[in-house]
Design a protein around this ligand. Structure first.
Ligand code: MIC
Ligand code: SF4
Length: 640
């Protein structure tokens, strides 16, 4: 029987376990990426492991999220990361060089290699055939130290692409269609492998947009074959030597398969407040808009911005609209500056932001009260833009640009502009903003500003756990709900005590106070708890506030791993109905938690209601040991 691409790569990298759906495996990681907002924590954890030099083929630390320097905090964190990187053998991409995923795609990807990153959109590199996964900070630090990365063998789902996109329909519309079909839970425990004759009709940036937003499906990752178009891309990046062809065998088997006919797709938009709330742009109608934001790791490539420039050329942005554009990398910015496209963009009245995440992570450009914002980004979670009353729609760059001129959401299919963008034969290559690590790290002094505080570490698990229900939340709670991020909070990513004061702030401002008052306790949640960002802070802040376990209908993969790594026990209702019988402040008790870990089920006593219910503890043997030790760092220390 033939093999799919995913299994080919996994077989080359497996170090522990057996490739059987649902079973745990440990894989060797070739490359690592970190970004600044999760990176400070990664490097504090790496330091705690006392490693001289990282063991990966290549690790790169990017600065792209925390770029507004309103105080000393961000600049201090940048310096900390730069000096740790220099000392421990890690490349450092300076602020201004671009968004980690875009720069990684351009300069570092290797088809067939494995990559993990402390950012949930790491799968962007799957656009050129890398097996790239988002991970929690501690898992990233451990992989840098030479450890395996553990996942449960996912199902491999083939997305069979046929046909060819119509003009003005793009990669963004493809992934929005997949989200419409499968929802934000549809990818859980799955890797999506794209194939079929339609693949050749998609450019590398379009493929990367699709794998990038696979994160919104909850997927472990997504991947495309590496083919002639990939080769062209590598040649234009001056990296032909890194190219490797990668394709599924003709008779490859998959666990599931769905087909998407590219020719039938129309411009789509995700309506507020979820990336799977997708409708055709034409169906939503010409709603009035206040802001348009183009950029983010999803849609800020050279091809994307060239299309935007062609649409804007000779036109003016509508008087009631603020159009902001953040190019994905310095390479993109320099290319469009030198060929004149940037001038067309500026002349239209667009506001140019620096090459970074910017408004995507709430670093500026929060919309006005009740503002309607069209964004080419990947997430429109409630409150993420920085304005709670804002309505954010996710669209393609084409829809964004056409709408910015019209002043209302507009289906771009009616606009006639030739958007055939040839990939440049050669991109401008200048890696001078990527600082190489020191030859001899021992001489490098790490610079640690006053904003960097020690992070909380759990204690060994006792025999019994008890406490109050500190919050009860619904389905699809994101890590943005648990630990919000915006220009005010991002500078404190290395200061958990401060950050914890804002835990669950968008939905319940009393949570931190309540947690302290009751000395910690439980979180009760619905399905897909912890979807979205990989931020470990969504586990660290609850840990700091004394949370011992999260009882949910189901969990998102990265967040579940982050909870375990920090010794917080993820528990799943055996009977979902039991969720309805729990109220805020109920007193819960598990008497023999260690026994429960072994039997993989626990009986929880609701002391307040004088009732009982059963939860499942779906944990591997190693995870059980980690929980018993009070988290992964303790476990590593005990076992070394
Ligand atoms: C995001 O898009 O939410 C982020 C910011 O890039 C996060 C990482 C973080 O929270 O710092 C992610 O996607 O993992
Ligand atoms: Fe940055 Fe936004 Fe991409 Fe996250 S999703 S890495 S914040 S651009």
């Amino acid at each position: 029987m033939g093999e799919n691409i995913v299994y080919k790569i996994l077989k080359n990298h497996i170090i522990e376990g057996k490739l059987e759906v649902g079973k745990p495996i440990g894989i060797k990681i070739d490359q690592i990426l970190t970004q600044d907002s999760t990176g400070t924590m990664v490097y504090l954890q790496l330091e705690a492991m006392r490693i001289d030099k990282v063991k990966t083929k290549r690790s790169v630390a990017f600065i792209d999220h925390n770029m507004l320097q309103q105080g000393f905090e961000n600049a201090d964190d940048h310096k900390f990361i730069q000096t740790v990187a220099e000392k421990h053998g890690i490349y450092f991409s300076k602020p201004g060089n671009g968004v980690c995923h875009q720069v990684f795609l351009e300069r570092f990807t290797v088809p067939g290699d494995t990559l993990i990153g402390s950012d949930s959109h790491t799968p962007t590199a799957g656009g050129v055939g890398m097996l790239a996964m988002g991970a929690g900070g501690l898992d990233v630090a451990l992989a840098m130290a030479g450890g395996a990365y553990y996942i449960n063998t996912p199902k491999v789902c083939k997305i069979n692409l046929i046909g060819k996109l119509k003009p003005m329909v793009t990669g963004k519309d493809v992934i929005l269609e997949v989200l419409r079909k499968l929802t934000v839970k549809g990818g859980v425990a799955r890797i999506f492998e794209y194939g079929g004759e339609g693949v050749k009709n998609l450019s590398v940036p379009q493929r990367a947009t699709i794998t990038n937003m696979g994160a919104e499906l909850g997927a472990t990752t997504s991947i495309f074959p590496s083919d002639e178009r990939t080769l062209e891309f590598f040649k234009a990046q001056g990296r032909e030597k890194d190219f490797k062809e990668l394709k599924a065998d003709k008779d490859a088997i998959y666990d599931e398969e769905i087909t998407i006919n590219l020719s039938e797709l129309k411009p789509l938009a995700a309506r507020p407040h979820s990336p799977d709330n997708v409708s055709e742009v034409a169906e939503i109608g010409n709603i009035k808009i206040d802001q348009v934001a183009i950029g983010s790791c999803t849609n800020s490539s050279y091809e994307d911005l060239m299309k935007v420039a062609k649409i804007l050329k000779g036109k003016k942005v509508h008087k009631d609209v603020s159009l902001v554009i953040a190019p994905g990398s310095r390479q993109v910015m320099e290319m469009i500056a030198r060929n004149g496209a940037l001038a067309d963009i500026i002349s239209s009245g667009a506001r140019i932001l620096e090459n970074g995440c910017g408004p995507c992570i709430g670093m500026g450009q929060a919309p006005g009260t009740n503002g309607v914002s069209l964004r080419t980004f990947n997430r429109n979670f409630y409150g993420r833009s920085g304005t709670l009353s804002a309505n954010v729609y996710l669209v393609s760059p084409e829809t964004a640009a056409v709408s910015a001129i019209a002043g209302v959401l507009t289906d771009p299919s009616e606009t006639i502009v030739d958007l055939n963008i040839e990939m440049p034969k050669e991109f401008i290559i200048d890696d001078s903003m990527i600082v190489k690590p020191a030859q001899d790290g021992s001489k490098v002094e790490i610079v640690r500003g006053p904003n960097i505080k020690p992070f909380p570490i759990n204690k060994e698990l006792g025999d019994k756990i008890e406490g109050r229900v500190l919050i009860k939340v619904e389905d699809n709670i994101t890590t943005d709900h648990i630990m919000p991020s915006n220009s005010k909070l991002l500078p404190f990513r290395s200061n958990i005590p401060y950050l914890s004061e804002f835990c669950f702030n968008t939905i319940d401002t009393e949570f931190p106070k309540r947690a302290k008052e009751y000395n910690g306790g439980f979180i009760v949640a619905g399905n897909n708890y912890g979807q979205g960002s990989s931020r470990e802070h969504a586990a660290l802040a609850p840990l700091y506030l004394g949370v011992k376990a999260v009882i949910a209908k189901s969990f998102a993969r990265i967040h579940k791993a982050n909870l375990i790594n920090n010794g917080i026990i993820p528990m799943e209702f055996e009977n979902e109905e039991d969720y309805n019988n729990i109220s805020l402040i109920d007193n819960l008790e598990i008497t023999d938690i260690k026994g429960a870990l072994v039997s993989k089920t626990a009986m929880i006593k609701n002391v307040t209601k004088n009732s009982e219910f059963v939860v499942k503890l779906d944990l591997t043997e190693k995870e059980i040991e980690v929980i018993k030790a009070g988290g992964r760092l303790n476990y590593v220390k005990q076992n070394n």
